[in-house]
Design a protein around this ligand. Structure first.
Ligand code: RTP
Ligand code: MG
Length: 143
């Protein structure tokens, strides 16, 4: 399997609950390594641009309001099969449908405030990583 990078965001609800460490521990325990990370307060413009693909969806306005409601931890995870592995650890978008033991099952209550984001493909990952990080900010770990 290929070593991949994926963009992970720990959303304002989870940052507010002080579970950044517990969530990152899950990534580290499954072989994913943090190669870049920053805690940031997103502006409307940055959050709106990040979720531009959802601009016409009914939940877009609420999504941007939520993502700007407090700081988020934006990070790049690296490892074998990182994109799919991260999505597996996160669980379904709606926490009530997320498999037991997943991050969303354990830390999120609603589809609107669901603890984490993870890139959904290697193509999205490349775009999303570039949206938040310069190439020079990505550290060498497993490569
Ligand atoms: P994410 O992008 O945050 O990793 O989540 P995802 O791929 O599982 O879900 P996506 O379809 O990309 O939706 C992005 C985020 O929008 C919110 N959402 N709300 N109320 C709704 O029906 C609804 N659907 C999506 C969620 O916060 C979701 O994570
Ligand atoms: Mg998505």
């Amino acid at each position: 399997m290929a070593v991949e990078r994926t963009l992970s965001i720990i959303k304002p609800d989870a940052v507010g609950k002080n579970v950044i460490g517990e969530i990152i521990t899950r990534f580290e325990k499954t072989g994913l390594s943090v190669v870049a990370a920053k805690l940031v307060q997103l502006s409307d413009q940055v959050a709106g641009g990040f979720y531009a693909e959802h601009k016409e969806r009914p939940f877009y306005k609420d999504l941007v309001a939520f993502m700007t409601s407090g700081p988020v931890l934006v990070q790049v995870l690296e490892g074998e099969n990182a994109v799919a592995l991260n999505r597996e650890l996160m669980g379904a978008t709606n926490p009530s449908e997320a498999a037991a033991g997943t991050i969303r099952a354990d830390f999120a209550q609603t589809i609107d405030e669901n603890a984490v984001h993870g890139s959904d493909s290697t193509t999205s990952a490349a775009r999303e990583i570039g949206y938040f990080f310069a190439e020079s900010e990505l550290c060498e770990r497993t490569r």
